[in-house]
Design a protein around this ligand. Structure first.
Ligand SMILES: [Zn+2]
Ligand SMILES: [Zn+2]
Length: 230
């Protein structure tokens, strides 16, 4: 599936930059557009990656600590990242997954690597609708580049839920509570949960809870884009 879709992406995304049309030297976007991306690099909460201005743990994480231990976010979820990720998620432009994986590897530098990367699972019904899992494709490419085991089968969604995007922030935690199950293979391991976008963190928190329940030693979230508070 990846190969066929990559070919389609090459047809839809010729060697010109997908954002400005300049020569992108076979990359999805040109160097100037890459430099201009809204990188999520400022001082931020080490737990949930929300900008804090000090780099200290944010009030929300102090008051109700999430089940995950840390979050790394590549980009801020704003234009043009939002448009690029929507093309990827809803139109299946897999070239975006290659770009995100490459950029994320650069961001990691020589950071410590996890024992295993597990992508945010999609329910079978949603997978059938969309045809692919956006977190799986990015995770697979990223894990290959980092030479870290990639285990999409380690986590499962036990029931179909309303899409988080259609819910108020407060309802999102309730919507995903107890919805994930983890294989016990991860006991004692440092794991990374991978997703494309982190908004409230409700889904990642519920997934991290399941991972901790199954015995994970440390859980870090890696996301391509972080929604910033208004
Ligand atoms: Zn460009
Ligand atoms: Zn926080």
């Amino acid at each position: 599936m990846i190969d066929a879709s990559s070919k389609i992406s090459q047809i839809l995304f010729p060697p010109a930059c997908a954002l400005c049309g300049a020569d992108a030297r076979k990359h999805l976007i040109c160097q100037a557009c890459e430099d201009d991306l809204p990188w999520h690099d400022g001082l931020q909460c080490p737990v949930c990656a929300i900008p804090t201005g000090t780099g200290e743990i944010c009030g929300h994480c102090l008051l109700s600590p999430p089940a995950f231990d840390a979050t790394r976010a590549l980009l801020a979820y704003q234009f043009p990242v939002s448009a690029v990720l929507q093309c990827y998620k809803y139109a299946g432009f897999l070239a975006v997954a290659h770009m995100m994986a490459a950029l994320f590897v650069n961001k990691l530098g020589d950071a410590a690597l996890p024992d295993v990367i597990v992508p945010m699972p999609l329910h079978a019904t949603r997978l059938k609708e969309r045809g692919f899992n956006q977190a799986v494709e990015i995770g697979r490419l990223l894990a290959r580049r980092l030479r870290v085991p990639f285990e999409p089968a380690h986590a499962k969604r036990t029931r179909h839920t309303t899409p988080q995007a259609g819910l108020a922030f407060k309802e999102r935690h309730r919507n995903v509570r107890g919805v994930f199950a983890f294989e016990p293979h991860i006991a004692g391991k440092n794991i990374v949960l991978l997703d494309d976008i982190m908004t409230t963190g409700a889904s990642l928190n519920a997934l991290a809870q399941a991972a901790k329940k199954a015995g994970a030693a440390r859980v870090e979230c890696w996301v391509m884009a972080r929604t910033l508070p208004e």
